[in-house]
Design a protein around this ligand. Structure first.
Ligand code: BTN
Length: 248
């Protein structure tokens, strides 16, 4: 099984954003699938919903992976998020307890966010031409800005430094393994593994949608990526990203 993820790595001390760099160079420089771009720091690290991704220089993993999932129908594009999240969880769970995937693109330890994923897809017809998968993983940062809602790093949880190169190697290997499952069409295995790692799975909790707050039990995700909630009035509700929020 040839390694795809990380077959080529490009490292920078500083970039505006690894996702921006990848998007600007992948075609121009004829990147091979699995190329990884890393930066020690970003001037304009981007998160979901136009948020900024903050990271102290040299302390964390900031990277983007170039994928060509042309075998994947657009309707199943959420599988990319699944395999990436599963790779991150597998590696973190070797060190930490209670690592979960918070739908749609976060990795949590307990109720705190340790990693975020920003996936930017290019769609051609019914398939994905390419995907730029940005990952920010908090590793050795000791303090975060007070404005961030609930960040955490491995350092804060274990009170010791983690060598970034070893962690990166493990991460690329784990993501590679899950990406091979995806390429082999083993979608139901991925779906099941993801479901088992979901934050608040089977737990009654508060959510907010456009109509206000409600209580529901998280039941999983639809194959199209929508969150599936069973509300206390007995209705099953499906939500796209940004249509619902978890209440902390
Ligand atoms: C989120 O949780 O909002 C997603 C955060 C994604 C951050 C990473 S850091 C590396 C890559 N480059 C970016 O500009 N963003 C992603």
């Amino acid at each position: 099984m040839a390694e795809i993820i990380g077959n080529t790595t490009i490292k920078f001390d500083r970039l505006d954003s690894t996702n921006n760099y990848a998007t600007a160079h992948l075609a121009k420089d004829a990147w091979t699938e699995g190329t990884v771009v890393l930066a020690a720091t970003q001037d304009n690290g981007r998160g979901q919903i136009n948020n900024r991704w903050e990271s102290e220089a040299g302390k964390n993993i900031l990277m983007s992976i170039y994928l060509q999932p042309s075998f994947l129908p657009v309707s199943r594009q959420f599988l990319i998020s699944k395999v990436i999240a599963l790779g991150i969880v597998e590696v973190l769970a070797q060190k930490l307890e209670n690592v979960r995937i918070k739908w749609p693109n976060d990795v949590y330890v307990g109720n705190q966010k340790i990693a975020g994923i920003l996936i930017e897809n290019a769609i051609m017809g019914n398939t994905l031409a390419y995907s730029v998968v940005g990952i920010g993983l908090n590793v050795n940062q000791q303090q975060f800005s007070a404005e961030l809602p609930n960040p955490v790093s491995i350092y804060q949880l274990l009170q010791c430094e983690t060598p970034l190169d070893v962690l990166l190697e493990n991460l690329l290997t784990a993501i590679d393994r899950f990406y091979h499952l995806l390429r082999d069409g083993r979608f139901s295995e991925i779906d099941e593994a993801y479901l088992n790692k979901m934050y608040q799975l089977g737990i009654q909790a508060s959510y907010v949608d456009k109509d206000g707050a409600f209580t529901a039990t998280l039941q999983g995700v639809h194959t199209d990526g929508r969150l599936k909630l069973l509300s206390t009035d007995g209705a099953i509700r499906y939500y796209h990203f940004k249509e619902v929020e978890f209440v902390r």
